[in-house]
Design a protein around this ligand. Structure first.
Ligand code: IVH
Length: 710
């Protein structure tokens, strides 16, 4: 279709569209701050494509429409790096970081570049777990991209790298002139959420799933067909440079920080003077000005070993919440002159160090699979492993979740497996290494009977979880349910720990929740690690637990699907345990937020004679629930709130707690019954729905005012 424009007008329009589109890419991928909805972006792309179709001469190689092109014959050919891509020395603990800092400090002091009392200044970065890439820009245009390969020679992946929208096809002219040659070094990676999405799609198409985001990123760059790479949403962060030639002003021989070691010192000094900055941090700031993505959110300058360790610990603490995988942090002497002084050993710089996190994955042998029984009878297969050091601790057990997972992962007893322990998450078996499978490997068979109480194990057709049908007859379930009942949000019996419960149940002292109230200090004091004092404290805690609120007592019963909030709602609605126990399905569903699943679960619980007996026994033991007091403030009673977006001061959780404490209710979805929608930044479809339904919308300040909070 013709645009109706003259060639000149079309050229101008195409230029404007290109700037717009690259601007959106920059906002989205580099600044992490999207500027327009996808539909607007797509619309602009379509308009530009139409103009370029109408006038062939408008189709320039750096146009965003040209990110995906035909696979050139040079694809995967080899590329010799003008400046080698080196690796980094590693450290795994403070001592090794101290040794590195000492070498740096001594050398720089000897060279007169650091005062005697001064600590060396380092630039601290993330160590991205992706793959290293070198981007070559000539006169500001991306002309080649290559993998690291062996450091001297890599593969030509230009056709695929061009599809990465985080990578500018043309550098932005920042105040200074665009260099004649600039090689940008950095890491290509895939965000975790994109990785999860990719694997789900791969699975649905019955195609190979990737082991981790790094492999997915590597696989995506090795595609012959760049339309596939384009769909993978790869990212890029720059952390260095290779060859640099300033051009224009006629300065600078070839060579970046990478090959300074090879340069004679006079040449090196010339190079140093020619670079646009005198520090590594300055260079990265300049790369950012050119439109390249630099991870400036976490990067920072630090001094001395304490500064480095503080960075390491901080990043370690945020690691699990990051959008991408990192395997450590990198410290680089910030002054480029000092970098030159320090030079290189073998294939790594003396001025930089990778401080690695303990590996989150390790390989070990799966010796056996046993099953564990949970509070609700859920049977979890657990792998017994040959001890292995992973995630900073020695692991001997790892969860296999459920039977279907074992089949899906194709794990067999006797396999060599990859075990993962990330942060404080329970260790899990990720996958087996089938190449190492011994001939006598055995498949796991779900036992038909509970290993603890011998009751039948049942697995309803439509559920993934098998359960022991023994209920509270099963000692394993009893232990877990007692532990739940004693927990802070239930009866809050401090001092009644897992070990003690285990012993009390095994000794036949405690059969049900009610028996806890029979426990005497003399008996308790006879248990391991229980002095007279702690026994007395425990008895006092048990005494205090005789007067729980009704909500806490309902929660303490451990009814399936009845969490803390539902328990409180039920308590307020029914007013007494008797009324709740007698309510039929219909009556139950009249309680707020109670649907058929919760109602059926409550009914099932009270229909079980054992459970009724426990309630009777509790009464006999003088356990008397206190009415759930309706909150003092009345303004919010009966009002339902829906929270959406991010609030400037409160977290959503804090805001919910305040609303509930004031007698209001918080729901997850907007309907005609919603009284107020509280919208923060980036509120999405819930806000739209509220507007459609005419529900009053508040911001955080208005909510605070309503709650009488400053
Ligand atoms: S600098 C001369 N900085 O780690 C120094 N590397 O072990 C060259 N990596 O091949 C590398 N994050 O793939 C540097 N912030 C970072 C990095 C980083 C990840 C990777 C890179 C390199 C490997 C070296």
């Amino acid at each position: 279709m013709s645009s109706g424009l003259t060639l000149e007008a079309a050229r101008e329009r195409a230029g404007a569209l290109r700037r717009e589109i690259e601007g959106h890419n920059h906002r989205y991928y580099v600044l992490d701050d999207p500027s327009v909805p996808d539909a607007v972006y797509d619309g602009q792309m379509r308009e530009l494509e139409a103009l370029e179709a109408e006038w062939e001469e408008l189709r320039t190689p750096d146009s965003p429409t040209q990110r995906v092109g035909a696979t050139p014959s040079s694809a995967f050919g080899s590329v010799r790096h003008a400046v080698p891509m080196l690796s980094l020395g590693n450290a795994f603990n403070r001592e090794e970081v101290e040794a590195f800092d000492r070498r740096v400090t001594d050398t720089l002091r000897d060279a007169g570049q650091l005062g005697l009392a001064e600590a060396a200044e380092y630039f601290c970065e993330m160590k991205f777990d992706g793959l290293a890439i070198s981007l070559r820009y000539e006169n500001g245009v991306l002309v080649q991209a290559a993998t690291r390969g062996d450091g001297y020679e890599g593969e030509d992946v230009t056709h695929n790298v061009r599809t990465i929208r985080a990578i500018p096809l043309r550098l932005q002219a920042s105040g200074r002139a665009v260099p004649e040659v600039l090689e940008v070094r950095g890491e290509v990676l895939m965000f975790r959420e994109d990785f999860e999405r990719l694997n789900l799609a791969q699975q649905a198409r019955n195609e190979k799933v990737f082991v981790n985001p790094r492999n997915a990123a590597a696989g995506s760059l090795r595609q012959l067909d760049s339309t596939i790479t384009a769909k993978r949403n790869l990212r890029f962060y720059a952390y260095g440079w290779g060859e640099y030639r300033a051009g224009q002003d006629g300065v600078a021989p070839a060579g970046g920080s990478g090959d300074l070691f090879a340069a004679a010192s006079a040449e090196a000094a010339a190079q140093d003077a020619a670079l646009p900055a005198r520090t590594h941090s300055g260079m990265l700031a300049w790369l950012a000005e050119l439109g390249l993505p630099v991870n400036s959110k976490y990067n920072r300058v630090a001094r001395g070993v304490d500064g480095l360790m503080a960075f390491y610990n901080e990043v370690g603490a945020t690691r699990a919440g990051l959008k991408y995988d990192i395997d450590g942090v990198v410290y680089k002497v910030d002054s480029l002159r000092s970098q030159q002084t320090l030079g290189f050993v073998a294939r790594a710089p003396r001025f930089a160090l990778a401080h690695k996190f303990p590996a989150e994955e390790a390989q070990t042998r799966l010796l056996d699979i046993e099953v564990q029984v949970g509070r609700t009878g859920a049977i979890t297969p657990v792998a017994r492993l040959a001890p292995v050091f992973v995630g900073g601790v020695t692991v001997t057990n790892a969860t296999l979740h459920n039977e279907d997972e074992i089949r899906r992962k194709d794990v067999m007893i006797g396999d060599t497996v990859i075990v993962r322990r990330a942060g404080d998450v329970i260790p899990e078996v990720v996958r087996p290494l089938p190449e190492l499978r011994p001939a006598d490997a055995r498949a796991f068979v779900m036992p038909t009977h509970c290993p603890i109480c011998g009751s039948a194990i049942e697995r309803p057709e439509d559920e993934t979880i098998a359960r022991c049908s023994g209920g509270l007859f099963c000692a394993a379930q009893r232990k877990q349910s007692l532990w739940h009942a004693a927990s802070r949000k239930a009866l809050d019996i401090g001092g009644l720990g897992e070990k003690l419960i285990e012993q009390l149940v095994d000794d036949g002292r405690v059969h049900s929740l009610a028996d806890l109230f029979d426990l005497r200090a003399e008996l308790l004091a006879s248990y391991d690690r229980m002095g007279a004092k702690s026994a007395a404290n425990l008895v006092a805690a048990i005494e205090a637990a005789r007067r729980p609120t009704l909500g806490r007592l309902i929660y303490a019963l451990g009814i399936r699907h009845v969490g803390e909030t539902t328990a409180r709602d039920l308590a307020r609605h029914f007013g007494s345990m008797e009324a709740l126990a007698d309510a039929d399905l219909e009556a139950l569903q009249r309680a707020p937020d109670v649907g058929p699943v919760v109602a059926a679960s409550v009914r099932r619980f009270f229909d079980e004679p054992h459970n009724r007996e426990v309630l009777e026994a509790l009464k006999r033991h003088g356990v008397e629930p206190q009415p759930e007091v309706a909150p003092a403030s009345t303004g919010l009673t009966g009002k339902t709130f829906v929270l959406t977006g991010t609030f400037p001061r409160w977290t959503r959780e804090e805001a919910s707690q305040r609303i509930i404490a004031a007698g209001g209710k918080v729901s997850g979805s907007v309907s005609r019954k919603t009284s107020f929608v509280v919208a923060g930044v980036e509120a999405g479809s819930k806000l739209t729905k509220a507007r459609e339904l005419g529900v009053t919308v508040l911001d955080e300040d208005e909510l605070r005012a309503m709650l009488g909070e400053p």
